[in-house]
Ligand binder design. Structure first.
Ligand SMILES: [Zn+2]
Length: 261
């Protein structure tokens, strides 16, 4: 069984065929899907989907860095309300994004640190989004003086960065990018091995080869596993077992939903 640790299948890109996409994932043996939150505009769709598919979909709560603007305080309030009401499996996705827009850099830091504190208080893993911001992310994590647990999603760094992330207690989220021809990620995977990896799609974005450029979906997870296996010269089965185990331990998926709430 595979786990997709990062899918926005609740997004409107799937409004016309979501059930078929879910069926496709199950057929491809991708049986559990983590749903990282983005912001208040898509949150209800995400939580409703998780409610109707309790054994497949596992939601988190958080505010994406690209959703942060002058009204970030309202976003925080809306999220706070949900934190008391929902069964969730992590915090995020959150982090820093300096690629799209630097206008609200300070606010991005405030909201990211706020979410790190919540993850710590609730003892939940955190899903971190980092784009052109790995140095900043490491600085903030270090400032927290605390061993966090979580995923550096769509891991954007070098081998050295990877080791640093692992030392801080993080797993590396590896997705479609590793299958791209010019990706440096293959080299990083080769150096660090499979032990600290989890698989992810980031659906609907970043589809792996041979689907590159198309809408991404969880049924493509085995393509990513096969590529990692090829890079490391091991069986795909081994990649499947280790990454699934990593995801289950991180998100505590062994405990059934009924026993949580
Ligand atoms: Zn995402």
């Amino acid at each position: 069984m595979f786990i997709d640790t990062h899918s926005h299948i609740y997004a409107e890109e799937f409004d016309n065929d979501r059930q078929e996409v879910i069926q496709g994932a199950l057929t491809a043996n991708v049986r559990q899907i983590i749903l990282p939150d983005i912001d208040s505009t898509t949150r209800q769709a995400m939580l409703s989907l998780a409610q109707t598919h309790p054994d497949i979909m596992y939601p988190t709560l958080g505010i994406h860095p690209t959703s942060i603007n002058e009204s970030y305080k309202t976003e925080i309030q809306l999220l706070e309300k949900r934190l008391d009401q929902e069964t969730i499996y992590g915090i995020g996705e959150c982090g820093i994004d300096l690629y799209w827009d630097k206008t609200f850099y300070k606010e991005q830091i405030i909201v990211f640190e706020w979410q790190l504190n919540i993850a710590r208080e609730m003892d939940l893993p955190i899903i971190i989004h980092s784009r052109d911001s790995l140095v900043e992310i490491f600085t903030i994590l270090k400032r927290q003086h605390y061993n966090m647990k979580g995923i550096l999603h769509c891991f954007p760094g070098t081998e050295e960065d990877a080791r640093r992330a692992i030392d801080l207690g993080f797993l590396l989220g590896i997705g479609g990018v590793v299958t791209f021809k010019k990706s440096s990620m293959a080299e990083v995977v080769k150096k660090v091995g499979v032990e600290y990896l989890v698989l992810e799609t980031d659906s609907p974005y970043l589809a792996p080869v041979p689907y590159r450029g198309k809408r991404n979906e969880s049924s493509y997870i085995p393509c990513i596993a096969t590529k990692i296996a090829e890079i490391l010269g091991v069986d795909t089965k081994k990649v499947e077992e280790i990454t699934t185990n990593n995801a289950m331990n991180l998100f505590n998926l062994h405990v059934s939903r009924a026993n949580r709430s």
